[in-house]
Write a protein of this length. Sequence first.
Length: 518
Amino acid sequence: MVAVLGAPSSSEAKAKKKPPFVTQPVPKLRAAAQGAKTILVSARTKSGATCRTNVSVKKVSQTLAKVKATKKGRASWRWQILPTSPSGTWRFKVTCTKGKAKGVATRRVLVVTGNKTGKGPIGDPASLANPDGEIAGLGGDDCGPFNSPPLKQCTCLAWQKRRDVYDTSVARGVPSGGGRGGGYYVWDGGQWLVNARRGGFPTGSQPVAGALVVWGVPNSASYGHVAYVERVESPSRVIVTECNYDWKGSCRTIPMNPAAITNFQGYIYGGPSGSGLGGTGTSPAPTFSDAGGIISGSGAALVKGGAGKAFQPQTGPDDAKAIALSGPRIGVVTANGTALVKRDSGQGFEAQTGAADALDLALGGSRIGVVSANGTALVKRDFGQPFEAQTGQGDARAIALSGTRVGVITANGTAMVKRDLGQPFEAVTAPGDATAIALSGSRVGVITANGTALVSPDLGQPFQAQTGAGDALDIALGGNRIGVVTANGTALVKSDLGQPFQAQTSAGDARAIALPTD
């Protein structure tokens, strides 16, 4: 793009006996990176006056955000002119008011671009800044490191909605701020996806509620844009919230097809969006060293069948509260409290309870166990068989199965295990000492009341700590493998007792974990 300024003309209001209430210096073009240019429009007026600017050229008219003048009476607007901006004589009309006083100043400037159609944007709204003055009417909105300027940029919204992306990426080596040359910044809207990948976040091309969506050419002479996905109605109809789409720092929530917009980059998952769907890039979706499943940060049940295989969603976001695996079988408790089990990942779910009838679920061989809504532990021997009560009403919070064994967390927080149906339970912790339980073969795993993951080789054997206090929320056992969800929402798996844990997800990406028990 080539842009030059012609000789300005002025139509600013003239006062007969006193200086004009507002004057407008000649707008200035300044070079940016890779041949791009920014334009600076400024005003001189009374301290504290509120000023607005209207930019018009041929068929285009755009009003910029209002600015409150500094103590020295200065207000200004700066933005990047695009190659698609209309070529011609641009008219800059600045109107300032304070109380009953009002003034208008106008400049006309020739701007030459490659676009002679008379249509197109006056520039990139994400680049709008106010070097002098404060954006009027937007006080009190905390934008953290994106507070300057106070105009609510798209990056401010991204930080407010997904602060984890910024904080984690910075902790892993991405600069916390600063420029990348030519007036562009490390955390411009179009840089969020590449920064997130450096920070270890999964990314992909499929929309998921809770993800950030990014447009722009990364590492280029452009600012790009970032928005937040509120919900997904279909792959081509996504409800997003975005800010500063209108040059005024306004925010809106609208339906759109992000992938159909020019320079669509993709989605940033993690946090409330979990591992996403079909994540790709330098930071792939979570992977286990073997088969396993999680409830993602977005509340979706995800399962993979083995090493080298990708996670496959079993439910939509916010559709799962618990997950269990046994051989090829997959079980979930849905958000409405229904226990569902599929015989294989390629089969459909079959309801085992009615809606609102299940709090927890376990699988062990052909057996299916649930904790009912009234707090009863129930086990059936297979599909189509009746449930058999293992506890009284109100006596169970959680359940685990492996082979013939049944484990429960009782209402008073005791972990108990029986060796088979019809056998008595044996307490493996004291009352109030357990919040979660897992079984695999002879092994017993619990999460203690203080958040420690413990595993015992067998009933009657001492527990061995797998995490520190306060470090674990959920536990799973599968063969020799041990899985936990940490306090910060990371899924970890170790190959055996005494081995180190390996992270399977990013922080905030897991709520619960499952490993095949049999």
